[in-house]
Design a protein around this ligand. Structure first.
Ligand code: NOJ
Length: 765
């Protein structure tokens, strides 16, 4: 039994550990004293087991479960704290022996033997690094994404990590925001599909399977809407927009049984997400009936003070608990202040119990009480050939061919020589991208190495870095690069951003190639050699002025461990590019946000009414330019639309049909289109369905993605793709904020990207 005197004797220890439990409340802290956990039989449900355990726990022990601590910061104190039941979860510790020790202490030395959740940001792979999540979305292939998440889970479990802070399912429409790299892109439908695929992969069929880990969908919510693309910034968003765009992937995650949610750093409509009762208790735990657990983001409970929402840590604890946070990541506001708040009757014990129960249920569901340790049997799979092959496939399908003038790609078989130039050609660390805590550059295969391996026996490879890193500002490498270009038949120019330039808190205001990469491109252009530009980046960059200077562009994102072989296979045509943009590419930063599902405005832009800034007559009459919604300098279309991506073959779309043009109440329409591979090589196409609801009780976007199918066709082969249109597909949050479809007129498009023009109309009764 944990006595008050014992508590006093460890005050010194706790003072250094920053966990200042409220010792002035010994009585309530020590309630619940039995050691008898015999009701915890294996054959009862996780909920029943959690209930019976909860009944035995003191308040202090309950509060311990609500606390997550950073392994790195608390190494000295952790064993004691774990033994005393004062930690529910540890994050950022990957030393297998240490993790095993922590779990052993938790299980064998703490009073109730409650195992730890071991959390880690396993965002796009653990040791085998897959393409960044934005790139994975560009595959439009949920099977591959699920497979990647599964591999990440298996590799993590091999060292003892049982909880990943992924997938990040923040819809992101602003490439200035560094975390767009971690996001599934701009579209809520695609984001939902990719989010669910990730959850399935991480969690498997059963959370307690040896290769499964708990997913944590983040960041709830509207973090991707941070004003101006500046990280942690405020999101001001109307409720309809919030629900239809930013919450939608999270609603899908609840349906997919995501084990946990993480709150976001930002405030939404003036209330920080971590203290947002409307979001957490109202929508998530209320309306959606979510029974999993909610963890705060790193110190986001405490940060409510800096937000100007809470006066001190006690107020922050109150806000978080009231709002529905179950576990606090790294700051200790809740554990320090909940006892006093309880005594003051500002919170109820039932609220704490509910939070603890959610955490215990997850631990039972994960099977941690029975098997909390790393799964040694999985260690052989870490970085296995199969895992690397899966990472390769995903990288291949994620890259987007944006330009291919005169079919310069694939590289011709009889190519005599090529120059490989640029800071990203042989950058094993940078190709991995952001959030690769456990990835190692020594495992990376770079494009230079892969190209040499694949081609060196028949093609001369002339390598010159040109620039050391993407931000290098000295031209000292230029002469060698120009010389390499001059003696080659073609230039492969590897440009982009280093990994550190995207990700958390890494927003950029300029989205051109950093450093003087554009100057190097101009110099290479003077050699007259055809240039294929391969871009490795964590976000869409502005390519407008670069496009005319190059013959081809392959947008490779940050592709991960297998970047080199993937790029080589695509450049040589061993694999046909098939990725499609999960985000619209702007012409200029000033055009941001630019996304396909925008509204029409009362004065929609059109080509007839746009006079380019250079063509405006001097002293032109105020209204002579047409008064429509566009930019004088860049117009109104993006550089590349959402869903866009070229192939080495051609797909033609024909025969767009509906089985009926009137949809009855509760009825359905089948839309079909015939897609033919009219080119000369086998290829994978992603057929996309867009719908516009022309008039409604509230206005609707000009197009919304409502479905997609991906399949592979041989040359000359055709397939008919069917989409079922139901009321559910047409539903939106109407003027009364109810999710339902309205009768009226609709336009439907099916094609290879969001700007496709072939359409057909229908009505819904
Ligand atoms: C802060 C980030 O916002 C979140 O995504 C991450 O999971 C946590 N830190 C833990 O590293």
């Amino acid at each position: 039994m944990f006595k008050y005197k014992t508590a006093l004797s460890i005050i010194g220890l706790l003072a250094i550990s920053c966990i200042s439990f409220s010792f002035y409340l010994p009585n309530i802290l020590e309630q619940g004293v039995s050691n008898d956990a015999s009701t915890n039989a294996l054959d009862t449900s996780p909920e029943a087991r959690a209930d019976s355990l909860l009944a035995l726990m003191t308040l202090r022990e309950k509060l311990g479960q609500l606390q997550q601590l950073d392994g790195g910061l608390s190494k000295n104190d952790l064993p004691t704290l774990i033994k005393e039941g004062k930690v529910g979860s540890v994050l950022n510790e990957v030393d297998t022996d240490l993790l095993e020790k922590y779990q052993r202490i938790a299980l064998e030395e703490s009073r109730h033997g409650i195992p730890l959740l071991i959390g880690r940001d396993v965002v796009h792979g653990f040791r085998t690094i897959f393409p960044i999540p934005l790139a994975q979305s560009a595959t439009w292939n949920p099977r591959l994404v699920e497979e990647g998440a599964r591999i990440a889970a298996v590799e993590s479990k091999a060292v003892g990590i049982n909880w990943t802070f992924a997938p990040m399912i923040d819809v992101a429409r602003d490439p200035r925001w560094g975390r767009i790299a971690e996001s599934p892109g701009e579209d809520p439908y695609l984001a939902s599909i990719m989010g669910v695929a990730n959850i399935r992969g991480f969690q498997g069929k059963n959370l307690s399977d040896s290769g499964s880990m708990a997913a944590c969908v983040k960041h709830f919510a509207a973090y991707g809407m941070s004003e101006g693309g500046r990280d942690y910034n405020s999101a001001n968003v109307g409720e309809r927009h919030l629900r239809e765009v930013y919450l939608r992937p999270f609603a899908a995650a609840v349906e997919a049984d995501a084990a946990s949610f993480m709150t976001s750093f930002n405030e939404i409509n003036d209330v920080p997400a971590t203290g947002n009762e409307f979001l957490l208790r109202g929508i998530l735990k209320g309306e959606w009936n979510y029974d999993g657990m909610v963890v705060s983001d790193w110190e986001s409970v405490k940060e409510m003070i800096a937000h100007g929402y809470c006066a001190d840590e006690k107020a922050a604890a109150l806000s978080a608990m009231r709002a529905g946070v179950d576990m606090e990541m790294t700051s200790t506001c809740m554990v320090d202040n909940l006892p006093a708040l309880l005594t003051e009757k500002k919170i109820k014990l039932s609220q704490i119990d509910d939070a603890v129960k959610r955490i215990l249920v997850l631990k039972y569901r994960l099977g941690l009480f029975e098997n909390p340790y790393q799964r040694r049997e999985l260690q052989a799979q870490v970085l296995s050939e199969d895992n690397l092959k899966a990472a390769l496939r995903t990288a291949e399908q994620s890259m987007v061919l944006l330009k291919n003038e005169n079919a310069i790609l694939p590289l011709k078989d009889d190519l005599k020589s090529m120059a490989v130039i640029g800071p990203m050609a042989d950058a094993p660390y940078e190709q991995l991208g952001t959030w690769i805590f456990d990835g190692k550059e020594k495992d990376s295969v770079t494009p230079l190495n892969a190209l040499k391996k694949a081609l060196a026996d028949k093609t001369e490879v002339n390598y010159a870095q040109g620039l050391k890193i993407s931000r290098t500002k000295t031209r000292e490498g230029f002469p060698a690069a120009i010389a390499a270009a001059e003696k080659s038949d073609i230039v492969l120019f590897f440009v982009g951003e280093e990994a550190i330039l995207s990700g958390e808190a890494h927003s950029r205001a300029h989205l051109n190639l950093p450093g003087i990469q554009e100057e190097l491109l101009a110099e290479l252009g003077k050699t007259g050699k055809p240039i294929v530009m391969i871009v490795m980046a964590g976000r869409p960059l502005i390519l407008t002025d670069l496009l005319p200077q190059v013959s081809a562009v392959l947008y490779a994102w940050h592709p991960g461990t297998m970047a080199g072989p993937a790029i080589t296979n695509l450049l040589t045509g061993k694999v046909n590019p098939s990725g499609k943009l999960p985000v619209t590419f702007p012409r200029a930063v000033g055009q941001i946000p630019v996304y396909h599902a925008h509204k029409n405005t009362g004065r929609p832009a059109n080509a007839d009414n746009w006079v380019h800034i250079d063509d405006i007559p001097v002293k032109a009459w105020q209204t002579s330019l047409g008064n429509t919604s566009h930019y004088l300098d860049v117009g109104f279309t993006p550089l590349f639309p959402f869903g866009f991506g070229l192939s080495y073959t051609d797909f033609t779309y024909g025969d767009l049909q509906l089985d009926q043009t009137k949809m009855q109440k509760n009825g359905r329409i089948i839309a079909s289109v015939k897609v033919t591979n009219t080119g000369e090589v086998i290829g994978r196409e992603i057929v996309q369905l867009y719908i516009r609801d022309k008039f409604g009780s509230v206005t609707r976007p000009v197009r919304e993605l409502k479905g997609f199918e991906e399949f592979t066709l041989k040359p000359g082969e055709s397939t008919t793709v069917l989409f079922e249109i139901t009321e559910e597909k047409l539903a939106f949050f109407n003027a009364d904020m109810k999710l339902s479809a309205e009768a009226g007129e609709f336009t439907l498009w099916i094609g290879g990207h969001a700007a496709t023009s072939s359409s057909v109309d229908f009505v819904c009764e």
